[in-house]
Design a protein. Structure first.
Length: 107
């Protein structure tokens, strides 16, 4: 995402993860000058709205277990841990959020 020639954020996603077949948000990265002002939340909500418009019901992400700031960010957006796993020597939380019409978390 850009504002003129300034890069504000990079968002990368896929429509079918290799693990579950669910849509997968693989990267949300902000320019340092745009952190702490709600930009991450705005960019994510833009993405979530786009997924809802496409009929997506669940979005999955992975968060490094040691990244407490990112974990707090995603939990405040409604994501819940459904699995913990070791990936390339690092512990990861697999998280998901139900965004579809039912509005209920899958179990």
């Amino acid at each position: 995402m850009k504002n003129g020639s300034d890069c504000l954020a990079i968002l990368e996603y896929g429509m079918s993860s290799s693990n579950s077949g669910q849509p997968w948000l693989s990267l949300l990265m902000l320019n340092n000058s745009h952190r702490g002002i709600g930009m991450g939340r705005k960019v994510y909500l833009f993405y979530e709205d786009m997924m809802v418009q496409r009929g997506v019901e669940t979005i999955e992400i992975a968060v490094h277990a040691e990244n407490e700031r990112a974990f707090r960010f995603w939990t405040t957006l409604g994501y819940q841990v459904f699995n913990e796993r070791l990936y390339e020597g690092k512990w990861m939380y697999s998280m998901r959020k139900c965004v579809g019409s039912s509005g209920e978390e899958e179990t």
